[in-house]
Design a protein around this ligand. Structure first.
Ligand SMILES: Cc1cc2nc3c(=O)[nH]c(=O)nc-3n(C[C@H](O)[C@H](O)[C@H](O)COP(=O)(O)O)c2cc1C
Length: 333
């Protein structure tokens, strides 16, 4: 398994193993519509040969945005701009996913919601969602999935990582509920499972569904890799196709950073859950990518900031000029 080996996930063939992970661009209009920035930004990574481009955290409701200029998918008027991104990326050979998200207690603005009224440091205290409000929030994810389908995305990713709403339910550190959404492992994963079930009613059966998880909280009493493996097994049963393994974000924590520091988590999930995984985090070198793929530690490798620095990272690492866009062939040596 190497960088240029295509991977078929349901009906979607991803042409190579390089992924651009979701990265907020803070460039949408005030009401969440895509702009030319998005077209240029995602488009140039498609021209650069990235196999799967996952569009940034896109809010399923306005109060769930992470900034005032996040993309939104809470209204049908958002579909057209997203469709433009998908079409351009398709024209240039990339497959496209979208990460749908809700910021919960870490969202932007004053209307913070969470499993429990526990504030994230320096943020105001969130409103603890009632059961009826949880059901409404699940409905927003479902509607977001429908709009993602209508925009033509190849893959849908549910953002369940980085201390945002779903992760806040998953972790015992942020979820102190005493009803069916809190307490036991089964109760804390109930929101995620409800969202997966709801989006599956709208997301095409033949297209892959992905979930991004924070493998560990790096905190005593928080989520561990064993929890994440257990969550992954349930998600597999529910029909999730691809797990994107990140870490942290629930609360400030001390983390030993270094190249590929999260790869062991993706590796453990791949081995124990037996689902394809994306490894991510401080990966910049082609040799590192090859090592991860050749040793089957993950099925895909996501390059975040490296692709912000250089949209043509992949082209620069291809000696076969036939793979370059015809417009740029004279620069291939
Ligand atoms: C500018 C920026 C925005 C990001 N936005 C998101 C996001 O919308 N959703 C998400 O899951 N992660 C987000 N991330 C995290 C990245 O997807 C990725 O996991 C992280 O940058 C580590 O990978 P890297 O070391 O290759 O950059 C963001 C990171 C950056 C740098």
């Amino acid at each position: 398994m190497e960088i240029f080996t295509p991977y078929k996930l349901k009906s979607v063939t991803i042409p190579n193993r390089i992924v651009m992970p979701a990265m907020c661009q803070y460039s949408a209009t005030d009401d969440g519509h895509a702009t030319n920035w998005h077209l240029m930004h995602y488009g140039s990574r498609a021209v650069g040969g990235v196999g799967l481009i996952i569009v940034e955290a896109t809010a399923v409701e306005a109060r769930g945005r992470l900034s005032g200029h996040d993309l939104g998918i809470w209204d049908d008027s958002h579909i057209e701009g997203l469709k433009g991104i998908v079409n351009w990326c398709h024209e240039h050979g990339a497959t496209t996913g979208i990460q749908i998200a809700h910021g919960g207690r870490k969202a932007w603005g004053d209307e913070l919601v969470a499993p429990s009224a526990l504030a994230f440091p320096d943020k105001s205290t969130p409103h603890a969602l009632s059961i009826q409000e949880i059901e409404e929030v699940i409905g927003h994810w479902k509607d977001g999935a429908r709009r993602a389908r209508e925009a033509g995305f190849d893959l849908l990713q549910i953002h369940a990582a980085h201390g945002y709403l779903i992760h806040e339910f998953l972790s015992p550190l942020s979820n102190h509920r005493t009803d069916q959404y809190g307490g036991s492992f089964e109760n804390r994963i109930r929101l995620l499972l409800g969202i997966v079930d709801a989006v599956k009613t709208e997301w095409p059966e033949d297209k892959p569904l992905s979930v991004r998880l924070s493998a560990v909280d790096y905190l005593f009493g928080g989520l561990t890799i064993e929890d994440t493996v257990a969550i992954g097994k349930v998600l597999k049963e529910l029909g999730v196709d691809l797990l994107d393994i990140s870490s942290g974000g629930l609360l400030p924590a001390s983390i030993s950073l270094g190249p590929g520091y999260q790869v062991p988590f993706a590796e453990a999930v791949k081995r124990e859950v037996d689902l394809p995984t994306i490894a991510v985090g401080l990966i910049t070198e082609p040799e590192t990518v090859q090592e991860i793929l050749l040793n089957e530690r993950a099925d895909f490798v996501a390059l975040g900031r490296e692709l912000l620095r250089n949209p043509y990272w992949l082209l620069q690492n291809i000696s076969d000029c036939d793979m370059w866009p015809r417009q740029y062939k004279r620069a291939c040596s």
